[in-house]
Design a binder for this molecule. Structure first.
Ligand code: HDE
Length: 696
C-alpha cells in the first residue's frame, strides 16, 4: 500500500516530466524538427530587399506568436498557483467513502490556484476583492475540484443572476473603468437594488478583501455539499480551510500603494515563501449537518448567502494540505488549469443550491472557448493521475492516439472494453446520491431565502472595533467614488440601515447622507455574535514567513545584524537588507555589507516590521527624507519599528510617540519576545484610533 501511495505522489510529477521541455544542450529547430541555421535574419530579396513569403521559418515563428494568447477567464482572470499535497486525518470514514479523505496513508497531489474576481489578467494583486481559492485534488478515484473563495458567502442566490452581477462589478462598459475595483456606479447600483448581496458585500468591505498574503486567507466551499458514506448515508457539509499562518490583511492605504509599487505583490510573496521552503499549510474541515436537522436553522442550508455560525455547528477537521512546489511554467499550469465544481468523486455529492446547480454547467462550458475545445482534460495540469478511458473521440487538440476499432458501447469489436464499474462501498463506480425529488416545475425563490439582513448584521456585530472601523471606511471610500447620489443614498438608507444603525449613521455622516429610519426592528440571527467571523480569532502560533526590512547605510554599526539574522532563521522570518542604492554599503569598521534591495524600490508597505541599526552618521541618515518617510510610513501602518541603538531621543527626533511597537535597544535579543508577539498580532493595533466608531 505504502509503495502504491509513493507511486501516486510521483505520478503527477512524472506526467508533467514527460511534457517538460528543457532547451539546454538542444539545437534550435522549427516545429517540424528542421535545424535552423539563422535565427537573426529573415529571408530577403537582396540584402536591402523585401522579405520573401517563402520564408517558412519566419512564417512559422510569427504565426505561432500571433496565437500565443488565449482568452482570459471571464472572471478570476488574475491568478497564481502552486503544487502541493493533501493528507487526511484518521476516522473520516464515519462521513464519507472518498478514498483520499479516508486513507491517512495516501498523499494526494494537489494544485491550487488563487485569484481575484474582477480584474483582468494584468491587474494588480492587492485590489479590494474576494479571492478565489480553487483546489484540484488528483485522487486515485478521479480529479476532485473544490472551487471556493476566501469568503463564505456569495453575492446572489441564483445562478441566473450571476451574469448580471458580473456585468455590474466589471469595468463599466462605456469607459472600461475601473480596473480591478468595485468602487463604481454600476456595482453599487446593482447591490443596492439586490438586498441578497448585502452579506457578501459587507465581507468585501471588510479586511478579508485586502489580504496581506495569499498564505494568510481562509477558504470556503460556500455552498452546502454532501458527504456520502460507504452505506450510502448522506450528510450536509460546508467546507472550510484554515491557514496555519493565521489571517492577516493589508491596510487600505497599503493595498492601494502596493497596486502601483508592486502589482505582483501576492504572487511574489507566495513564490518567494515556497522557494525559501516556508511552505504554507491549511487544515481542511467540514461543518456537518445530519439530514434530519436540515430545517433546524433560521436560514436555508441551500442559500449560498448564509453561513452556519460555528457556535451552532463546529468544524470537524478532515486533513491538511501543504503547498510545496512552484510551477515551472505559468501559462502551461496556472493559465491552463481548468477547474469545475462538477468534478467530484464517489463519497462527495451536490445539493440543490440553485447557485451551485448553475455552476455545474458553467465551468466546462467556459473552458470550451478558453482552452479551445473538449479535450482540455488532456492538458498535463488537468489530467487525472488515475487511468481514464472512454469512447469519447476526436475533437480539437486531440492528444491521444486511440488503438483498435471500437469507440462505442456495447461492442464486440473490442470485447466490450472499456467496461462500467458498479457502485460499491469502496472503489466502485460513481453513483449519484439518491435524493427524493418531488415538486412542480416552477420559477420561484423559496420563502426560506428571504432574510437578507440578519447575517450581515451578525457579521458586523462580531468584528473587533478596529475591523468595524475599517468596514465603515471601506463603504465610505467605495461610495465616495459613486457619481450618482441616488445610488449612494439607496445603499445607505435601504441596505446599511437594515444591517446596523451605527454602520448606516457613520457611513451616512461621511457621505453627507441623513439616515432617517433608525427605529426599524432588526431581525437578529440565532446567535448573537460569532467568534470566528473576526480575523482576531486566527492569530497564529508562529511568525513563519513574515518579512522584516533592515535599513542599512554607510558607517552602520553592524554588530547586531548577525543576531537579527540568527533569530530570523530560527523563527522562519524573511530578513531583507535594504540600502540607499543597490550598491553594497560599508559598515563603521569598513566591512562591506551586501544589499538585498534598494530602500526606495522596496517600500515599508511590503514588510511587516522595520529595523534601523545605529551608525556613525545616523544624524545625517535621519535628515534623509527617504529614510524618514520609510519609518513614518511604517509607523502609520501600525508596524513595529526597532531602533538598534541607545539613543533615547531617536523616536522624538522623528516626531513619533514611543509606544508598545517602538523599540530602542542596542541588544536585539531584548526585543525579540515583544516583537514576536506584535508580529503574531500582525500590527500594533493599540496605535490605531477607533474612537471615531462611537457615534456623535
Ligand atoms: Fe465561479 N466561475 N461562478 N464562483 N469561480 C469561474 O470558470 C460561475 C462562484 C470561482 O482558478 C469561471 O474556469 C457561475 C462561486 C473560482 O480557474 C466561470 C457562478 C464561487 C474561480 C465561473 C459562479 C466561485 C471561478 C471563469 C454562479 C465560490 C476561478 C473561468 C452560478 C464558491 C477558478 C472558469 C480558477 C471561475 C462561473 C459563482 C469561485 C465563468 C456561473 C459561488 C475560485 O465558469
Amino acid at each position: 500500500m505504502k509503495s502504491q501511495n509513493k507511486d501516486n505522489q510521483n505520478q503527477k510529477n512524472e506526467q508533467l516530466d514527460q511534457v517538460r521541455s528543457d532547451p539546454t544542450h538542444q539545437v534550435l529547430t522549427t516545429n517540424q524538427g528542421v535545424k535552423i541555421a539563422d535565427n537573426q535574419n529573415s529571408l530577403r530579396a537582396g540584402i536591402r530587399g523585401s522579405t520573401l513569403l517563402e520564408d517558412f521559418i519566419l512564417r512559422e515563428k510569427i504565426t505561432h506568436f500571433d496565437h500565443e494568447r488565449i482568452p482570459e477567464r471571464i472572471v478570476h482572470a488574475r491568478g497564481v498557483g502552486a503544487h502541493g499535497y493533501f493528507k487526511a486525518y484518521p476516522g473520516n470514514e464515519r462521513f464519507t467513502k472518498a478514498g483520499f479523505l479516508t486513507d491517512p496513508d495516501i498523499e494526494t497531489p494537489i494544485f491550487v490556484r488563487f485569484s481575484t474576481v474582477q480584474g483582468p489578467r494584468g491587474s494588480a494583486d492587492t485590489v479590494r476583492d474576494i479571492r478565489g481559492f480553487a483546489i484540484k485534488f488528483y485522487t486515485q478515484e478521479g480529479n476532485y475540484d473544490l472551487v471556493g473563495n476566501n469568503v463564505p458567502v456569495f453575492f446572489v442566490q441564483d445562478g441566473i443572476k450571476f451574469p448580471d452581477f458580473v456585468h455590474a462589478v466589471k469595468p463599466e462598459p462605456d469607459t472600461e473603468i475601473p480596473t480591478g475595483a468595485s468602487a463604481h456606479d454600476t456595482f453599487w447600483d446593482f447591490v443596492s437594488l439586490v438586498p441578497e448581496s448585502a452579506h457578501a458585500v459587507i465581507w468585501a468591505m471588510s479586511d478579508r478583501a485586502i489580504p496581506r498574503s495569499l498564505r494568510a486567507i481562509q477558504g470556503f466551499g460556500v455552498h452546502t455539499f454532501r458527504l456520502v458514506d460507504a452505506q450510502g448515508k448522506g450528510r450536509f457539509v460546508k467546507f472550510h480551510w484554515t491557514p496555519k499562518q493565521g489571517l492577516q490583511s493589508l491596510l487600505w492605504d497599503e493595498a492601494q500603494k502596493l497596486a502601483g509599487k508592486d502589482p505582483d505583490f501576492h504572487r511574489r510573496d507566495l513564490y518567494q515563501a515556497i522557494e525559501q521552503g516556508i511552505y504554507p499549510e491549511w487544515e481542511l474541515g467540514v461543518q456537518i449537518v445530519e439530514e434530519e436537522d436540515e430545517m433546524s436553522f433560521d436560514f436555508d442550508l441551500l442559500d449560498p448567502t448564509k453561513i452556519i455560525p460555528e457556535e451552532l455547528v463546529p468544524i470537524t477537521p478532515l486533513g491538511r494540505f501543504v503547498l510545496n512546489r512552484n510551477v515551472d511554467n505559468f501559462f502551461s499550469e496556472v493559465e491552463q488549469v481548468a477547474f469545475c465544481p462538477g468534478h467530484i468523486v464517489p463519497g462527495i455529492d451536490f445539493t440543490n443550491d440553485p447557485l451551485l446547480q448553475a455552476r455545474l454547467f458553467s465551468y466546462t462550458d467556459t473552458q470550451l472557448s478558453r482552452l479551445g475545445g473538449p479535450n482540455f482534460h488532456q492538458i498535463p495540469i488537468n489530467q487525472p493521475v488515475c487511468p481514464f478511458h472512454n469512447n469519447q473521440r476526436d475533437g480539437m487538440h486531440q492528444m491521444r492516439v486511440f488503438k483498435g476499432q471500437s469507440s462505442y458501447q456495447p461492442n464486440s469489436t473490442g470485447d466490450n472494453w472499456p467496461i462500467e464499474t458498479p457502485p460499491a462501498e469502496q472503489n466502485g463506480g460513481f453513483e449519484s446520491y439518491q435524493e427524493r425529488i418531488d415538486g412542480s416545475k416552477i420559477r420561484q425563490r423559496s420563502e426560506s431565502f428571504s432574510d437578507h439582513f440578519s447575517q450581515p448584521r451578525l457579521y458586523y456585530k462580531s468584528l473587533a472595533p478596529h475591523e468595524q472601523k475599517h468596514v465603515v471606511e471601506a463603504y465610505t471610500f467605495e461610495l465616495s467614488k459613486v457619481k450618482n447620489p441616488a445610488i449612494r443614498q439607496r445603499q445607505v438608507q435601504q441596505i446599511l440601515a437594515n444591517i446596523d444603525p451605527d454602520l448606516a449613521q457613520q457611513v451616512g455622516k461621511n457621505l453627507g447622507i441623513e439616515v432617517i429610519d433608525l427605529e426599524q426592528k432588526f431581525k437578529e440571527s440565532q446567535v448573537e455574535k460569532s467568534a470566528k467571523l473576526s480575523m482576531q480569532a486566527f492569530i497564529p502560533e508562529d511568525i513563519k514567513g513574515r518579512k522584516i526590512a533592515v535599513l542599512l547605510h554607510d558607517q552602520v554599526y553592524s554588530d547586531g545584524l548577525e543576531q537579527v539574522k540568527a533569530w530570523a532563521a530560527q523563527e522562519g522570518v524573511i530578513i531583507e537588507l535594504l540600502t540607499p542604492s543597490v550598491a553594497p554599503v560599508k559598515d563603521a569598521q569598513g566591512k562591506t555589507l551586501p544589499s538585498d534591495g534598494m530602500q526606495s524600490a522596496e517600500p515599508s508597505i511590503a514588510y511587516d516590521a522595520v529595523i534601523l541599526p545605529d551608525g556613525a552618521n545616523l544624524d545625517a541618515v535621519l535628515q534623509d527624507g527617504m529614510v524618514k518617510h520609510y519609518l513614518l510610513e511604517a509607523y502609520k501602518h501600525l508596524k513595529p519599528i526597532v531602533f538598534l541603538g541607545n539613543r533615547t531621543a531617536f523616536f522624538e527626533q522623528l516626531g513619533l510617540y514611543e509606544d508598545e511597537g517602538t523599540f530602542s535597544q542596542a541588544d536585539f535579543m531584548q526585543v525579540t519576545e515583544p516583537l514576536k508577539q506584535l508580529l503574531r498580532q500582525h500590527r500594533v493595533w493599540s496605535r490605531e484610533p477607533v474612537a471615531a466608531l462611537v457615534p456623535a
